[in-house]
Design a protein around this ligand. Structure first.
Ligand code: URA
Length: 432
């Protein structure tokens, strides 16, 4: 069977076998299958779907046509956390060092920005850290600092690296099976004992419907079961930006301030504390939410979590001066959008922020595009906060001139309400 036969098979809504998925992934890796054929096959999957067995076989082929990490010399518990992606989602950068400061080992493979959502790998590269090392070094970094956060490479999850970049630029991102195989193949290749997924639901995420988010979560939990892995899903709200900083280095700045106890966003604080406390309880480090919250407070006020972040960043070869990030973060161009009237702020579309960030070069339009790591958005005011006419709502940062189109899109995205709106739940539910 040729790759063209395989594309036709899925185009005609037939079932792909385990062997055929394996051959497809091998063909991607030995470059006998070309990018245009990969994107045609992905589009056929996007349009016609995969059943549960096909999703499992695709995940299996993506995982095992690459190396799987082995932690035989490292004491656990080894955990992993992954988000389906959202606007302003810096949860991994905060949670990983926080959990590592409790001696949990966080072995995590992330991705770059995908669609209109940001990616942890881009955020890590924005402070000069590397995300690909020889396998031996990953294990040394984990052993020494309790964390690694790495990218797909030619060795680990190599086919996801290729498929991910093609999905991002071929309109094939938000298909449940493609997302599940992408995320779970990375998680299975890094091989942690417990996998915590943050499945984002809402306008700035890939799931607008809770029904799809739950279906996707169950898909990942079931794939985990077939590989003997425990997967625990938090469904979290993405109808509003997460925190005040949106972009790459600017989100690192918010991360550092959070780890130093300067919480600028109650939304972000609640997500981090809820997530971290559940993980501490699940790993028997805390007995109750109350106790876990106090323990987290302590790790932040003692700066242990911040020190862990710095040790980890250094171990992945960053030389960035995080102590001075608030002074160092500067861009050639800035612009401020001020309130046209008094009112409580809301935004028409959360996704619009992601699209504007792509135009600011904080995200990609094609897979070769170089990012402006400095560009970003700061929300002086966010959802349900009161603003007086003439006061700042949004500050834009960029290394390139900021166009009038960007300003007007951001301006048009603002709603001024006379009354506060009802707050939605930040954590929608937990499924395991
Ligand atoms: N994160 C991933 O790693 N893959 C996806 O497909 C979506 C989010």
């Amino acid at each position: 069977m040729t790759v063209v036969d395989l594309i036709i098979k899925k185009r005609d809504k037939q079932i792909i076998s385990e062997k055929e998925f394996d051959l497809f992934i091998k063909g991607i890796l030995d470059k006998s299958i070309k990018d245009y054929q990969i994107s045609a096959f992905l589009m056929a999957i996007y349009l016609n779907g995969l059943n549960d067995d096909e999703t499992y076989y695709l995940t299996k082929a993506m995982t095992f046509n690459g190396e799987v990490l082995n932690y035989k010399d490292i004491d656990g518990p080894i955990i992993d956390k992954h988000s389906t992606g959202g606007i302003g989602d810096k949860v991994t950068l905060i949670l990983a060092p926080l959990l590592a400061s409790f001696n949990l080992k966080v072995a995590k493979m992330s991705g770059r920005g995908l669609g209109y959502t940001g990616g942890t790998v881009d955020k890590i590269e924005s402070f000069g850290a590397k995300t690909v090392f020889p396998i031996k070094e990953y294990l040394e970094i984990l052993k020494k600092n309790n964390i690694f956060i790495i990218a797909q490479s030619d060795k680990i999850a190599p086919s996801d690296k290729i498929i991910y970049a093609i999905r991002d630029t071929s309109g094939t991102v938000n298909n449940l099976s493609l997302m599940a195989s992408s995320i779970m193949s990375k998680k299975l290749a890094t091989n942690a004992e417990r996998i915590y997924l943050d499945v984002k639901v809402g306008d700035g995420s890939f799931f607008n419907s809770l029904v799809d988010a739950k279906k996707f979560s169950k898909m990942c939990i079931n794939i985990g079961k077939r590989f003997n892995k425990k997967v625990i899903v938090h469904l979290t709200n993405m109808n509003k930006p997460l925190g005040r900083c949106l972009g790459n280095l600017i989100e690192v700045k918010e991360t550092i301030n959070f780890l130093l106890g300067n919480f600028e966003s109650t939304h972000l604080k609640e997500i981090i504390y809820e997530f971290a406390s559940d993980i501490l309880i699940d790993n028997k480090i805390a007995n109750s939410k109350d106790q876990a919250y106090k323990m987290i407070d302590e790790k932040i006020s003692s700066k242990d979590a911040y020190k862990k972040f710095k040790e980890w960043a250094k171990s992945q070869k960053s030389t960035y001066d995080f102590d001075n990030i608030n002074d160092l973060y500067k861009t050639k161009y800035t612009d401020v959008i001020v309130a046209k009237e008094d009112g409580y702020i809301d935004f028409k579309s959360n996704k619009e922020f992601g699209l504007v960030l792509i135009d600011l070069k904080a995200g990609r339009k094609n897979k070769e595009e170089k990012l402006d790591f400095l560009s970003g958005i700061y929300l002086n005011k966010t959802f349900n906060e009161y603003v007086e006419k003439g006061k700042p709502i949004i500050t834009i940062y960029s290394s390139l001139p900021i166009t009038s189109d960007i300003i007007s899109r951001l301006n048009n995205n603002i709603i001024y309400n006379k009354k506060k709106l009802k707050e939605e739940k930040n954590i929608i539910g937990v499924i395991e």
